[in-house]
Structure formats: C-alpha cells, structure tokens
Ligand binder design. Structure first.
Ligand code: FAD
Ligand code: MLT
Ligand code: ZN
Length: 534
C-alpha cells in the first residue's frame, strides 16, 4: 500500500505571502498607466520581431487629422478621445513589451451605437482600426503596427442580464473576466474559462482570441459555450446574433466566424455565454515525475479514475518551475526533497468533498503503485490551493521578469508534445533556457525560450525550425493565443493555401476596405490575391 502521508503537505507558502497579497499582474499595461520610452527605435522593433522588416504601412489607409478628432468627439464626447502621449503609451505597447505601435488616438466608446458610428466614420475615411480589450494578448494582435486608431472596449463593461435558472450570462464585451467570475460567485455559477490574465483580460478579447485556459479540458472551448454575439462590422452595421438558446440549428452559425477572428472581421460588443454551476468541492495535487512518458500515463489514469471530476491537468518542466521560484518571491518548492524533470498539477472539482477526495486518493495510490509519480502533495487548504496554482500560472510573468522571451503556443499530438522542447534544447545549447509547460490535457504546449535580451541570431535558430517541426508532426502553430502580428506569416504551416484563400474571402465580405486590425492573422499577400484593391 502507498503511504498517503506523502500527500499531506506542509504549508508551501512562506510567511512573506501573508504580508504581501499576490499581485500576479501588477505590470499589466492598463489605461492611464505611465511607461518609459515613448519612442521605440525601429531597430528595437525589428530585433524583437523580424516581421517588422517585411511589413510596410499600407498606403491605402489615411492618416489621422485634426478634423477626425473633432468627429470622434462628436461621437464619444471629449472624455472618450485620448491623445496624450502617456495615455497612448500603454495602448501602443503589448503585454510582453515586444510589439510597439505609434497610434495617435485611443477611443473609448460606451455603447454599441458609438462603436457603430466610429467604424462607419473610419471606414468612409479609410482609417485603420485596432480593437483592444485588456491588451494581455501574447502575439502582438492587440496593439497597432503603425498608426491605427485604437478602439478600446474597456468602458463597455455592463452586465446585461443573468438567467439564474439556466446559467446564461449576457454582458458587454469590455467586462473583465475576473469581474464576471466574481459576479457569478454570488449566484452560484462560474465562468467556463480561467487563466492567469483573468484580472485584466476582457470577455470580448477572450472571444476574439478563442482563449483556452486551464478549464478547457472540463468545460470545452468558447466555441461551445458562447451562445450569441453582437458584432459591429467595419462599415458600422450591427449584426445581432445575441441569442440565449442552447440549441439553434437554423442555418449557418455566423457567430463562430467571429470567435477567434482576433478583431479582423468585426468588433464584438456584447456576448451571451453559458456558465457552469460553481461546485463546492475542489482539490489540487502537485506531482513530480521523471519522464514525459510517465506524465502521459498519469493523464490516462486521471481521465479514467477521476472521470467527471477532473477539471485541470497542467504540466511544467523543472526549468519553468525554477523560473517561478526565482521570480515570484512568494512561493517555495512544494517538493523540495528532490528535483525532477516534470511536474503536474491535477485539479478536481465536484459536489461532494468526501467522494472527490476518495477518488483522488485512489488515483494517487494507483500512480504511486505503478511508479509513475515520484513525489506528490495535495493542497490542504485554500491558501495551498492558490499557491500550487501560482506555481503554474506564474510562469508567464516570471519569464517576462527574467529577460527576453520567445513564446510559442503549439498544439502537438500528446506523445510527441515534449520532443520539440528537447530538440530545441539541443539546438540552442547554452545560448538560452528552453522550457515547456502548458495544458497537457488538451495537447497544448507552451514552448518558451528565455535569453537575457532579444537577439536576431537566436531568433533565426528558432524560426522557422519550431514551425517546421510542428507542421511535420501534424500540429498547429497556434493552439490558443492566436496568430496576431507575430504569426500571420506562419499561418501556412497549419493551413493550406486554399483554406487561407477562403479566409481572405470572408475578410473581403465583412471588411471590404480592410480597416480592421490590418497586418494581423492573414498575411497581406493572401489578401492581395483575393482583392485587387489591396
Ligand atoms: P487583447 O489582448 O486586448 O486583444 C486580443 C485580440 O483580440 C486582438 O487581436 C484584439 O484586436 C482582439 N480584440 C480584443 N477585444 C476585441 C473585441 N471586443 N472585438 C473584436 N476584437 C477584439 N490565453 C489563453 O488562451 N490561455 C491562457 O491560459 C492564457 N494565459 C495567459 C496568461 C498571462 C499571464 C497572459 C499575459 C496572457 C495569457 N493569455 C492566455 C493570452 C491572453 O490573455 C488571451 O488571449 C486573452 O483572451 C486576451 O484578452 P484581452 O482582453 O486582453 O484581449
Ligand atoms: C499559460 O497557459 O500560462 C498561458 O497561455 C500563457 C503562456 O503561454 O505563458
Ligand atoms: Zn495557456
């Protein structure tokens, strides 16, 4: 029999955590926050992403003039038009501080009508527009590439209705994910998606990126949970598909085109979403194991033994864990006795604690008996629950504190998922720290390469190697972050030229002047083939 005492953890948070509350996202850019360096030299942009070299401002777009500001003020009022350098600096800079635009204006509409009037005006004037939510995107999709007008949805943050019987929430696109989750807490429900940026990202941004997160394994993707959308097209036309029905097979499901469109087809202004009941019993185990093959076997055990209560199955390698331990200052290694190559975070959520805990213990026993798990610990209270999750969710911020990070978000069939990390480790040797973490239960690897500063030579060793590797293993170059600016050219590694052409045709239908989020998702060459005006 396995000695279950192994799984009774001593507290893993050190005393400092009680004095200093967690602030995972303290450096998230938000409106009005001042930042350094309003002028980013062109060479810096290029060093951080070589796509800047190949991307030229499309001369079809007009340049902002004073008269445009006068018109914008007529639509959103003086307070809705921001032009001060310090106000624009955050909006021009992405979360990774890797992508920099030079927009001269940020608009803050408060209603769908205002969004419609803004877009109608911009379309007629051929002013390019970048829709912006919480600006937590990781692929340079939410910031201008040149001088696009920033259309911020942050002031559209009202809850429209909540159907307590069916758990259906209707709200505006600018609602912050965590605020929605807190609102639902009082009603006994929760948002079906959750991830580290929840304190800043907005539901409109989540839908536009088709964000995944840690609970996709349990609740499915946004494509399954979004029941309806209100969208404003580039010409100002409002598409109202804001239904609250679970089932509706009356023709084409147009809203699906806008989920994951990254602001290139329309602006999401309202959302109707199915929310699951918030269950009372939660457990989380933090496990170590020696090989990636064992991680896969544990995943299989988890699926079959935990069944319906399994709510997250996350993994990280030792490099990722070390990165959080180095930079968070709040957590310590829950399994300090020995170092292992892989760590797993297994969460269960159910309605009866004794039953759930018994199932979890049986699962852990089986994994120990089979020699799959080297060491493990189960959270004993809420504080430990949070701190285990911080070890996994804190990697992103820790990496950004370490220095430059080359970030890849890949879907790879699980048996091969970690091999790309090992191959890249061999390829880069001492030049970088190469690590892997992610949503193992969904076959989603976050491959991250950390170096002191950005270096074109290192980038040339990583790309196109990573994309070619992924394509040759039948994977996808974007599992959940999207293509944005960073990966628009990489689309062909995951989609055939014919499929890209179909996408360009849809873009042409919904945004014939191409004003919405240019240079993102589809490479300009693909759009040129479809529309001679490009
Ligand atoms: P933004 O970053 O502002 O925008 C993202 C894209 O959507 C842009 O192309 C933008 O133009 C468009 N957009 C935004 N709002 C609208 C709108 N209303 N209408 C039309 N287009 C719009 N992502 C995951 O999928 N899973 C994770 O686990 C995850 N974890 C993260 C952890 C951290 C610490 C960070 C910083 C990011 C993480 N992300 C994750 C990435 C990011 O948070 C998500 O992509 C998120 O959904 C973006 O939401 P946002 O409101 O910040 O959108
Ligand atoms: C995560 O799962 O932690 C996020 O997608 C962010 C990242 O890839 O770093
Ligand atoms: Zn992720």
């Amino acid at each position: 029999m396995v000695d279950l005492k192994l799984f009774n953890a001593s507290p893993v948070i050190d005393a400092r955590s009680e004095e200093q509350p967690f602030e995972f996202f303290s450096n998230c850019p938000s409106l009005g926050q001042k930042r350094h360096s309003s002028h980013i030299p062109a060479t810096d942009r290029v060093r951080k992403d070589s796509r800047y070299v190949k991307t030229f401002r499309d001369p079809r777009y007009s340049t902002l003039e004073n008269e445009d500001l006068v018109e914008f003020k007529k639509i959103v009022g003086d307070t809705g038009v921001l032009t001060e350098a310090f106000e624009l600096e955050a909006a021009n800079t992405d979360w990774l501080k890797k992508y920099f635009g030079s927009s001269k204006v940020l608009l803050r509409p408060t209603s769908t009508q205002q969004v419609s009037e803004i877009l109608k005006y911009c379309n007629a004037r051929k002013l390019a527009v970048v829709p912006q939510g919480g600006n937590t995107g990781l692929v340079g999709g939410s910031v201008p590439v040149f001088d696009e007008v920033v259309l911020s949805l942050g002031a559209m943050n009202k809850i429209v209705l909540f159907d307590e019987l069916n758990g259906i929430l209707v709200c505006e696109a600018g609602c912050i994910l965590e605020n929605l989750d807190n609102y639902l807490l009082e009603k006994g429900y929760m948002m079906p998606l959750d991830f580290g940026a929840k304190g800043s990202c907005q539901i409109g941004g989540n839908i536009s990126t088709n964000a995944g997160g840690v609970h996709l394994l349990r609740y499915g993707s946004l494509r399954a949970n979004v029941l309806g959308l209100e969208i404003v097209l580039a010409n100002g036309e409002v598409i109202d598909s804001l239904r609250t029905l679970r089932k509706d097979n009356t023709g084409y499901d147009l809203k699906q085109l806008f989920i994951g469109a990254e602001g290139t087809l329309g602006v999401v202004t309202k959302v109707s979403i199915l929310t699951p009941p918030r269950l009372s019993s939660k457990n989380v185990a933090f496990l170590s194991c020696g090989s990636f093959v064992d991680c896969q076997k544990i995943l299989k055990e988890a699926k079959s033994r935990l069944g319906e209560i399994l709510s997250a199955f996350e993994f990280m390698d030792r490099h990722a864990l070390d990165m959080v331990l180095k930079h968070s200052g709040k957590s310590r290694d829950p399994l300090p006795a020995s170092k292992h190559t892989f760590y797993l975070l297994v969460e269960t959520t159910g309605s009866f604690q004794n039953h759930d805990r018994e199932k979890l213990d049986k699962f852990l026993e089986a994994c120990m008996e089979n020699g799959l798990v080297a060491d493990g610990v189960v959270a004993q209270d809420n504080q430990q629950f949070t701190s285990f999750w911080h070890l996994r969710e804190g990697v992103t911020e820790a990496l950004s504190k370490e220095g430059a990070v080359y970030k890849y978000d890949l879907s790879i069939p699980v048996p091969h998922l970690y091999s790309v990390v090992e191959d890249l480790q061999k390829r880069l040797g001492d030049l970088a720290i190469v690590m892997g973490y992610g949503h193992l239960g969904d076959g989603n690897l976050h491959l991250n390469i950390s170096t002191p500063q950005y270096d074109e030579k290192i980038l040339a060793l990583i790309e196109p190697f990573v994309y070619e590797w992924t394509a040759s293993h039948e994977g996808s170059v974007s599992a959940e972050h999207g293509l944005g600016f960073m990966k628009a050219d990489a689309i062909y590694y995951s989609k055939s030229p014919e499929l890209v052409q179909w996408m360009a045709k849809f873009k042409q239908i919904f945004d014939s002047n191409g004003i919405l989020n240019p240079y993102k998702v589809l490479p300009p060459s693909a759009l040129k083939e479809t529309s001679p005006s490009y």
